[in-house]
Ligand binder design. Structure first.
Ligand SMILES: C[S@@+](CC[C@H](N)C(=O)[O-])C[C@H]1O[C@@H](n2cnc3c(N)ncnc32)[C@H](O)[C@@H]1O
Length: 239
């Protein structure tokens, strides 16, 4: 790895070791945490945030669709969606952190149908119902994550699909393992829960669901638990 990249990774690790600030409004805490990491965010998180491309492939976003991403960060999903971005009716990318949104705006500049919006994923809504919503590693950063699931449900058309990928505490995990991951991630404001899948299954008809583990950069010998979920909003009662 080039020395400059290693130095940037070390700065990111230092920020992560110091943890997410505990004081202030959520947007200010996110900005303080992410601003020093924003330019190197994608390279570092590539080795940590597994399954994003697979979740999007399984979500199967169709050309002509209206799409929302909640908690878009730097907009790296644009790379994963690829050429289909240009064929979408619209893609609204929502986040609360200005430093990461600045990177997302640069990335989105070539796509006239992509809007990058500073807003809270618990209550921002599009003007019209949409066909697809996805959330990648953001539910664990939002204490009111259940409200984000409710919000995604509310903004989807009946038959529309939600894709989620995130860390979690698996029911099959050992007590010690789940304790370790809860502490390790909690330090950086990432709050692991065993409840996401229960809540997602309650709202959506399951198309795909998998629980997995994957490596963590600079933490040899351990694998963090994460899940992939794709579900459909059932037709409204009486349809
Ligand atoms: C771990 S990052 C994931 C970013 C991106 N989805 C990815 O997969 O690379 C979590 C993101 O959630 C955003 N976030 C946290 N709370 C939020 C909220 N209430 N509303 C919108 N975004 C939020 C953070 O600013 C951050 O960009």
């Amino acid at each position: 790895m080039p020395a400059a990249d290693l130095a940037a990774d070390l700065r990111t690790l230092w920020r992560m070791l110091r943890g997410q600030p505990r004081q202030g409004r959520m947007a200010e805490r996110l900005q303080a945490f992410y601003a020093p990491q924003a330019e190197r965010y994608d390279a570092f998180r590539a080795g940590l945030l597994h399954g994003r491309q697979e979740m999007l492939a399984r979500l199967a976003i169709a050309p002509g669709s209206k799409v929302v991403e909640l908690g878009c960060g730097t907009g790296s999903s644009l790379e994963f969606i690829g050429g289909t971005v240009g064929q979408l009716a619209s893609l609204s990318m929502i986040d609360l952190c200005p430093a990461l949104l600045a990177v997302a705006r640069r990335r989105a500049a070539e796509w006239p149908t992509v809007q990058v919006i500073e807003a809270d994923a618990t209550h921002w809504r599009p003007a019209q119902p949409v066909d697809f919503v996805f959330v990648s590693y953001a539910l664990t950063m939002i204490p009111q994550w259940a409200e984000v699931i409710d919000n995604a449900y509310a903004m989807l058309k009946p038959g529309g699909r939600l894709g989620v990928v995130d860390f979690h505490l698996p029911a099959s995990g050992s007590r010690l393992g789940n304790w370790f991951w809860r502490k390790w991630f909690g330090h950086d404001g990432v709050h692991l829960s065993g409840e996401h899948l229960t809540q997602l299954r309650r709202h959506f008809t399951v198309h795909f669901c998998a629980e997995r583990r994957a490596t963590v950069p600079y933490l040899p010998g351990v694998q963090a638990p994460y899940y992939l979920f794709v579900g459909e909003r059932p037709p409204a009662t009486g349809d």
